[in-house]
Design a protein around this ligand. Structure first.
Ligand code: PRX
Length: 677
């Protein structure tokens, strides 16, 4: 698709343009206890002090061998951080806290069903369980440093335990969001070359027990078709007997972890010191093609960055109870439920279920009961909670000192409700803008230092230097308030190292567009393309407008339009498919799907339902379109290209503009009538 057209069909195009908002300031009480109150930090992390400034982050960790080179650019743009250093992430998140905090809760696990018991896993228990699981992975599953293992686990303590057990051995974990289908899981097994799949029998969602094991069977079969054999499927068993009868175990392949683990009770495994640059995990994310890409994150750089940002932006102290309501299957959960908070020795909350289950007060009851004082969620959840229970927070006695919003732009009025009702006017808010690729925050205010402005992410993080380019590669003047493509001028330790197995795609997708010299080894020549549009106001604050490419942000999760279109094309009757983002009052955006059929097939409700179901089977329920519109033809240019811009305007009830130059302008009216009535 031509670049111009990409821009015209993107999310950024339907972004709401909010006016400038007033500032909100932190309370003196917050400032008095904050981890970062030193205004010098922005100077210390200026470009003049780059890259040495990031030593401050590395020094928050324990190293087996201290690094000698802070940034190695010899393989540009695959940057290497803290070269020469040896480290272990599991040691940093578990072992090092035992001396002072072994009896402190590391993980509070809240099951969705209120009648089930809340689990409080201390650091000592975490240490024991991580060691036993590491022993099992090593001796029973035969995993060793550098191997990849696919995890398809729902929200439960077993997920971080498994991640940390992998990290202990230097095994690279690739956790697939639990809500993704077996087929999606298979794609990631194949791409990462995993021989072991770790999953769970079942979990609760919205009050319903979900048979999760059946997805593993699909994943196994689909991966096999692609030539990747999974030797062992390890199943954590949470509800013995409840679902396994319907999804029988395959002998010689399927094992209940709980049973096998008995042989490893009491076992200890020394953490394996790995070079800082060894990958810690893969996290697949959607891009502009049908195939998700495996973002490869390092051990030393990543852990340093998430530890530093958890400390300075999340303001986590060891005595805090911190609750990030994301799913660990996404990057937010990896960085800001597991690695960042545990590296700092905090108590992190894992909630299994739906925020509004069984009622609109659930979140605030959890906050009250666990005495949560730091809360982290996405605008989608905030909008939903505001809609179903605007007055609920006031009924509970909890006190947040700090709250985060992440993943999508937040409307100022929603921000204000979050501040006044959820934060009770006391909590500071950080709006953190970042991505799966970036490992940690790119833009945010520093809670005690830079005031909040509803709807704006804030300035670049210390050591992160954004720049906005126009379509022709010209830099927009700082503070110009004009929209353009936001890039980052410099590397940072949390950034992904490459796309697993596809360096070319890594370079093309993220660095080619604004690269000043492809032969250069100087980081200054390689601005990182984020794929977002943004403006920068005079005060230096960035406002993120949305994606400039074929990616849609649904409820704070990334979906590739091409991915959904490819899934629709699996249905034999479908000739063409086009996905456009449509605004939604809770989810932010939703995919709307237009489909034309091959000759001889009739447009029926059953067929539309079949297309929708196929997308859910191929990707997962999160990708289910708002509506499948079966159209007699797509609006097309004379050269035969589908005009997604026109479809997007119809779905969003916006002006379709001049369509007379299309090959088939009459179709626009027909589709408009169908969609808008
Ligand atoms: O468009 C931006 C949006 O989410 C995209 C990244 O999605 P993902 O890789 O799934 O990571 C989500 C969690 C970090 C970005 O390219 N986005 C993320 N945070 C914000 C945001 N848009 C506006 N404001 C934010 N705070």
């Amino acid at each position: 698709m031509a670049e111009k057209e990409v821009m015209e069909t993107s999310e950024a195009q339907i972004a709401v343009h909010w006016g400038e908002e007033e500032y909100y300031h932190p309370s003196p009480q917050f400032i008095a206890q904050a981890n970062m109150t030193d205004a010098d930090i922005y100077d210390r992390f200026s470009l003049d002090n780059f890259p040495n400034c990031f030593k401050e982050y590395a020094d928050l960790l324990d190293w087996y061998e201290y690094w000698d080179t802070i940034l190695d650019t010899s393989d540009a743009p695959c940057w290497k951080w803290f070269v020469g250093g040896k480290i272990n992430a599991s040691y940093n998140c578990v072992d090092r806290h035992l001396a002072k905090h072994k009896n402190k809760t590391a993980i509070h696990f809240v099951p969705e069903l209120e009648e089930e018991k809340v689990e409080h896993v201390t650091y000592q228990e975490l240490y024991v369980r991580v060691n036993e699981m590491a022993a099992l992975l090593q001796d029973f599953a035969g995993l060793k440093k550098g191997d990849r293992v696919t995890l398809h686990l729902p929200m439960s303590p077993e997920l971080p335990i498994t991640m940390l057990a992998c990290a202990r051995l230097g095994v690279i974990h690739s956790q697939v969001f639990g809500g993704f289908s077996g087929k999606s899981c298979a794609d990631r097994i194949v791409d990462s070359g995993s021989n072991v799949l770790i999953t769970m029998d079942a979990y609760y969602r919205g009050g319903k027990l979900i048979d999760h094991k059946e997805k593993a069977d699909t994943a196994f079969e689909e991966a096999k078709k692609e030539g990747q054999t999974v030797d062992k499927v390890l199943i954590w068993q949470r509800y013995p007997g409840k679902v396994s009868a319907e999804t029988p175990m395959v002998e010689g392949r399927d094992y209940f972890v709980n049973d096998v683990l008995k042989d490893y009770y009491g076992k200890r495994v020394d953490p394996v010191p790995v070079p800082a640059e060894d990958p810690l995990f893969l996290m697949y994310t959607s891009g502009t093609t049908g195939k998700p890409k495996g973002c490869q994150h390092s051990t030393g750089g990543y852990l340093a960055y998430v530890t530093g940002t958890s400390k300075f932006v999340q303001d986590i102290h060891p005595e805090d109870v911190y609750w990030c309501m994301a799913d660990i299957g996404w990057i937010t959960g990896h960085s800001y439920i597991v690695y960042g908070p545990l590296s700092l020795g905090a108590s992190t909350v894992i909630y299994e279920g739906v925020p509004t289950y069984p009622d609109a007060g659930r979140c605030w009851r959890i906050a009250q009961d666990l005495d949560v004082n730091i809360f982290h969620t996405a605008p989608t959840a905030i909008r939903a909670l505001r809609k179903v229970g605007p007055d609920e927070p006031a009924k509970y006695t909890y006190h947040f000192k700090h709250m985060t919003t992440v993943g999508e732009p937040i409307e100022p009025e929603v921000w204000k409700w979050y501040h006044k009702e959820v934060g009770k006017g006391e909590a500071i808010i950080v709006d953190t803008w970042w991505q799966t690729e970036t490992g940690g925050f790119l833009c945010s205010t520093l809670p005690a230092l830079t005031p909040m402005k509803p709807g704006s992410a804030g300035p670049g993080m210390p050591g992160i230097h954004p720049i906005i380019y126009d379509e022709d590669g010209n830099e927009l003047p700082a503070g110009a308030g004009k929209a353009g493509n936001i890039c980052i001028q410099n590397p940072w330790p949390g950034a992904f190292q490459t796309i697993w197995g596809d360096r070319d795609r890594f370079v093309t997708n993220y660095y080619e567009r604004y690269c000043k010299n492809p032969d250069s080894k100087d980081w200054r020549d390689w601005p990182y393309l984020t794929g977002d549009a943004a403006t920068q106001a005079e005060d230096g604050y960035y406002r993120i407008l949305g994606r400039i490419d074929d990616v849609i942000n649904v409820s704070g999760h990334r979906l590739g339009t091409k991915e959904i279109e490819s899934a629709a094309l699996v249905v034999p009757e479908v000739a063409e498919a086009a996905v456009v983002p449509v605004a939604h009052d809770i989810k932010g955006k939703e995919p709307d799907l237009y489909v034309s059929l091959k000759p001889g097939f009739e447009a029926t409700d059953e067929l539309a339902a079949k297309v929708s179901k196929t997308i859910v089977d191929e990707i997962g329920a999160i990708a289910r379109p708002r509506k499948v519109w079966l159209v007699s033809d797509m609006p097309k240019t004379r050269s035969g290209k589908i005009m997604r811009r026109v479809l997007g305007a119809i779905s969003n009830k916006a002006d379709v503009g001049d369509v007379m130059t299309l090959a088939n302008p009459e179709i626009v009216e027909e589709i408009t009538k169908m969609v808008q009535g």
